[in-house]
Ligand binder design. Sequence first.
Ligand SMILES: N[C@@H](CCC(=O)N[C@@H](CS)C(=O)NCC(=O)O)C(=O)O
Length: 206
Amino acid sequence: MATIQIYGVPPSPFTRATRLAAREKGVDYELVPTRPGETAPVNPLGKIPMMKHGDFTLYESPAIVRYIDRTFDGPPLWPRDAKGSALCDQWLSVVCDSMVQTALAGVIAPRFGIIPGTEEGIQVALKRSERVVGIFDKHLADHRFLAGEQVTAADLFLVPIFFYFPEIAELKALGEASPNCGRWARDMGARPSVKATDPQFRGLNR
Ligand SMILES: N[C@@H](CCC(=O)N[C@@H](CS)C(=O)NCC(=O)O)C(=O)O
């Protein structure tokens, strides 16, 4: 039996972030195919992912990634110093807030038909995505990864969303017009954890 169980499906960006964390830490995990709604009663919101470690259960992907980081050996997913760690939290929060609200919930999910959305709403979200991606691109001009020279949890949360960009014409164009994000994506794409967790098929929760 694997050390931890992650409940979710491969295309789910939040599930992928937790799988990336397990891989980066070298933790043996089992992905238990679970769709939204099936994590209740542990998660009253019914969302994925959820994690089990022995009889300990946890939901909310940032909490899961933090738990994996603190519990297991392997490279730290947060810098050890207070400022580096806070900057990692800052970028993780920007991903889970602004990038999720604009590119993921505003463009990718409706274009994949996961949630309803009008073309007008998608165009508004695309404009907002441009601003957010521009902020990442500017930052990555001076930093190899989001919180400095090493991969951190912040990068692991951006991968699942940014790696959907090529699936949507306008986001593909936006990614291609963001050279520093492109360089970051090539660096991240070369990592075994990113290759091993590629959803292979598209459409977030399918
Ligand atoms: N804040 C949650 C978000 C999880 C989330 O939204 N998961 C999606 C799948 S990627 C989901 O379960 N959606 C179904 C729903 O919102 O009811 C986390 O970080 O784990």
